[in-house]
Every structure is written in structure tokens, then in C-alpha cells.
Design a protein around this ligand. Structure first.
Ligand code: DQA
Length: 150
């Protein structure tokens, strides 16, 4: 039986993890987080594909490619785009697969502008504030939503 594929998308500035404010984002680089996510995916009977971009158009096009593209779920951290990109929001709205938002930092406890997610109206839920562990918790949430486990 083929393992369900989960897309893991990281947006603007997340390639700089390890060099960003450690108090908010920890010290782990994105590659290391991706490795942890891939390990957990293996344990959960899932496969994962990773995508990161600092270009909003490329990010939107990747979401379009997920539309009817074989992924069973999406874990997304759109970085600062979370707070203002209606383009990404509208692209996500096209998807029929479960979408879970993950954030390293506790966005609800930070600056006013970070407390708003324009994506949340088209996602199933948000995991935020647990550093790299947010990704692992969000992956478990996606697994639960697609009905494999979690
Ligand atoms: C973030 C939170 C955003 O507000 C910020 O712009 C990021 C990262 C997080 O993972 O905590 O780049 O999405």
C-alpha cells in the first residue's frame, strides 16, 4: 500500500532559521526540522515532501500544483505571509485536502499584526508556540485529519 503523501511548505524567511531571533524561533535550522518531520512521518506511515520559497508567486504555484496533485494533506508555515497574503489564502481555498498551519513562535502572544492569520479561515487548525515541535504536532494533526493515525 502506498503511504499517504503530506506536503510541508515553508514560506518567507524560514530558510533563515538558525540565524533568526532564537528567543522566538529557536536555533534549529530548517533542514534539521525537516529531518525530524521526515522521521516522524516514517513512524506515522506517511511520506513527506518539502518546499520552501521566499517568492510568493512560486509559493502560490506550489499550492496550485497540490490541487489534484496527489498529496493527502498539507502542513504550512507561510511565515509573515500568514498575516497578510490574501493570494496565498485564496490558493489554499482551492484545496480539498486538510491543511494545518504550524508556527514556531506563539503568534497569539506577540505583536498585534502577528495575531491575525488571514489563512486560518481556510485551514483546519493552527499549532503555534512550541518551536520545532509545532511542526511535529501539526504533522500529527494532519495525520489525524486524513485518518491514518494521530
Ligand atoms: C512564524 C511567525 C511569523 O509571524 C513570522 O513572520 C515568521 C515565522 C513562526 O513560525 O513563528 O516568519 O510563522
Amino acid at each position: 500500500m502506498t503511504k499517504p503523501l503530506i506536503a510541508v511548505m515553508n514560506g518567507i524567511n524560514l530558510n533563515m532559521l538558525g540565524r533568526r531571533d532564537p528567543a522566538q524561533y529557536g536555533v534549529m535550522e530548517l533542514e534539521t526540522i525537516n529531518q525530524r518531520v521526515a522521521e516522524l512521518a516514517g513512524d506515522l506511515g506517511l511520506t513527506v515532501e518539502f518546499f520552501q520559497s521566499n517568492h510568493e508567486g512560486a509559493f502560490v504555484e506550489k499550492i496550485h500544483a497540490l490541487h489534484g496533485g496527489g498529496a493527502a494533506g498539507l502542513l504550512i508555515n507561510a511565515g509573515a505571509w500568514t498575516h497578510y497574503s490574501y493570494g496565498i489564502r485564496d490558493a489554499l481555498e482551492l484545496l480539498t485536502i486538510p491543511v494545518v498551519e504550524g508556527h514556531l513562535s506563539h503568534v497569539q502572544g506577540r505583536e498585534e499584526f502577528r495575531r491575525v492569520s488571514v489563512l486560518s479561515s481556510v485551514t483546519s487548525g493552527v499549532v503555534a508556540g512550541f518551536g520545532a515541535n509545532s511542526y511535529l504536532l501539526a504533522l500529527r494533526a494532519v495525520a489525524g485529519l486524513i485518518g491514518t493515525c494521530g
